[in-house]
Structure formats: C-alpha cells, structure tokens
Design a binder for this molecule. Structure first.
Ligand SMILES: [Ca+2]
Ligand SMILES: [Ca+2]
Ligand SMILES: [Ca+2]
Length: 355
C-alpha cells in the first residue's frame, strides 16, 4: 500500500492502525516470477508490488491487487470507497468486508476469515538456537550478480530446528520471510526442480574451486579471504563433518553476522542475525557476475549454473511450515519484522504441534 492509500483506509477504520490490516497485504497479493535463470522466485506482497508496479509507479497496479484492492480501486480509491465496499464480500469467503476488518482478518484473502484461529507458533531466541545441536559448514556462496565468496557458516540444521519445533507429519515445505517482504519456499524433500532447495537430507560434497583470475584479491569476482588460512588449492576436497545441509546460520567465519537494514533504495543490506544457508544442488565453480561477464576469463556467467546464494534468505525472521493446519490462519507477519532482527528472534509457525 502506498502512502496515498494507507491513510484512506485508516480514515475509515482508525482503530486498525498497526494491525496486520495496516499493510500492503490488505490490498495486494504476493506472487512469483521467473528470474534470469528461469527459476521461480517467490515474493511477499511488498516486494511483489515493487516488482510488478515499480518504485516509480509505472507498472500495472492491477496485477498486484487482491479482490479487496480491486473493489477499493473501482470504488474510487478513497475513504468513501472503503466505506462503500464494507458490506461486500470481496474475497468470497462468506464474511463481508466489515466483519472481516472488525475481526482483523484479511478481506482480500479467502484463506483468512474471522472464524479461523492463529496457527501454532514458537519463538526462538539466539540462546535457544545455540542450545540446539550445532552444524558448521564451509562452502561456496555463488550468486548471479553479487560477489561470490567462500565462508564457514555455523548454525542449526533446519531439519533439527523443525523437529525441535514439533513439525507435523502433514507438513510438506517451509516458506522463509525477511522483514523487507522477501519470501523463499523450500520443500521438505528433494525435488527435481533445480530452483527448489530441500530441507531434509544432504547436499553433494563440493571440491574447492580456485583460479587466480577469479580471486578478488587479484581483481577477480570471488572472495577467497575466509579460505586463505585453510591451505586449500584448486580441486582440494572440502570435508564438512555431517555433510552440507540447509541450515539456519547464526555465525559467519566465527562471528555474528551484520544485522539486516533497509537501504535508502529499499534494498536489504547485511545478512544477520540469521541467514538460511543453501548449498549448491549441482556443484559449480564461482562464475562471473551476469552483469559483467568476460568470455576471455575463466568461469564466465552461466545462467544454468547453481546460484544457491540467491536462495539463501538473509535476515530471516519467520519460518512458515506449510500447509497451515485446518481452521488456522497466518500469524500477524508484521509483528515479526524489523524488531525481530533487533531482538535476534525468529518465529516458526504453521504445521507444528500446539505448545
Ligand atoms: Ca470476505
Ligand atoms: Ca477473508
Ligand atoms: Ca557467481
């Protein structure tokens, strides 16, 4: 929701300020698009809107609206429009917009209605995460555009964390959110789609890929700094005790990670306090950035190489275990936002046991 529309809604419903309805998700949907690698990228409503509509507002706004947002737009896009659609059931879930807003359920999402209760959840602090069995892995983080690097991440395997949270048999996957609106889906079990990185089981072991041309210290695109004291040479096997896994990391090269912040251009800087670390499903060397690939140098950018760093959610604050149990709805995602980054907390909710 832009600065223009939020006040119109709050004029009609002033007591709904700072509730989950006071957000983009009131009128906008999330979505999925195919990136340059032709892999599906999932976005929360904020990022989806920025992607489809553009920060300058040049795109097709209708492509981002849910049924409530469309009714609001067609009604005149002001506080009178909000009032005039109060008795409609925009999302067709059997509850009119007024009764949904009174109960703080989304009037544009039929999966949410006043009869549903909030799904079970558990909050983890840093101390609680560190009390779980620890997993450390040294690996390549290869990106499409950003700098590639080797690093040693320490944290807890997602599989271990989900078991600790009481994951239900009915669960099939998880969706991880950052407070900037980003979300990333992971199936529990291995999937043939190269863009879907699984939670359970190991990833292939990878050798160390070194080339002087790629070395950032010599003007290249891969930061080997963290590896310099490990004595690896090109093609050295990397031994990771316990194997490479999808982990929730709380340390990088033995140090806490910089907490995520939103830059002036709405980009997420930093990766802490917690980052999901996704190893490559297909072992590939650090390729050049897609934006500056030189065919005369080693490892030019290849769209079909594995750029798992791009799926390694930074500053993760929410893990949703899908599908939600019958009769339950999402927690208020806004509450687990930037203050969670600050307080170093993460919430797991959905298909987990009631505590
Ligand atoms: Ca409804
Ligand atoms: Ca609804
Ligand atoms: Ca790369």
């Amino acid at each position: 929701m832009g600065e223009k529309d939020s006040p119109e809604f709050l004029k009609a419903y002033p007591d709904k300020q700072n509730t989950k309805l006071d957000s983009c998700a009131l009128c906008h949907t999330g979505g999925e698009y195919k990136n340059a690698n032709n892999t599906a990228v999932n976005m929360g409503s904020c990022q989806w809107c920025h992607y489809r509509y553009g920060y300058e507002g040049k795109g097709d706004i209708k492509a981002t609206l849910n049924p409530y947002g469309i009714d609001y737009l067609n009604g005149g896009r002001n506080s009178d429009a909000v009032k005039s659609i109060a008795l409609k059931d925009s999302d067709g879930d059997g509850h009119n917009n007024q009764s949904e807003i009174d109960a703080v359920s989304f009037p544009g999402n039929k999966e949410d209605d006043p009869l549903k209760k909030t799904a079970p959840s558990r909050i983890y602090t840093r101390a609680q995460l560190k009390s779980l069995p620890r997993h450390t892995q040294f690996l390549l983080m290869s990106a499409s555009k950003a700098e590639d690097f080797y690093a040693e991440y320490t944290g807890v395997a997602l599989e271990t964390l989900l078991k600790d949270a009481g994951i239900l048999e009915s669960a099939t996957g998880i969706r991880i959110y950052s407070p900037d609106g980003w979300s990333q889906y992971h199936p529990l079990y291995p999937d043939p789609d190269p863009a879907l990185y699984h939670v359970y089981g190991d990833y292939p072991t990878a050798p160390y890929h070194y080339d002087q041309q790629a070395d950032k210290a010599k003007g290249g695109w891969c930061n080997y700094g963290a590896a310099s004291d490990k004595g690896y040479i090109n093609n050295s096997p990397i031994n990771v005790p316990g194997g490479l896994k999808l982990i929730l990391a709380y340390a990088r090269n033995g140090k806490n990670m910089d907490p995520g912040t939103l830059s002036s251009t709405n980009r997420l800087d930093g990766e802490g306090p917690y980052r999901v670390i996704v190893p490559q499903k297909t072992v590939c060397p650090p390729d050049q950035p897609s934006t500056a690939s030189n065919p005369d140098l080693v490892w030019p950018y290849k769209s079909d190489w594995d750029h798992s760093a791009g799926s390694s959610t930074r500053s993760a604050t929410i893990i949703k275990v899908e599908p939600l149990p019958a009769g339950t709805t999402d927690i208020d995602l806004l509450e687990a936002g930037w203050e969670y980054v600050e307080e170093m907390k993460i919430i797991i909710y959905g298909a987990i046991k009631e505590k």
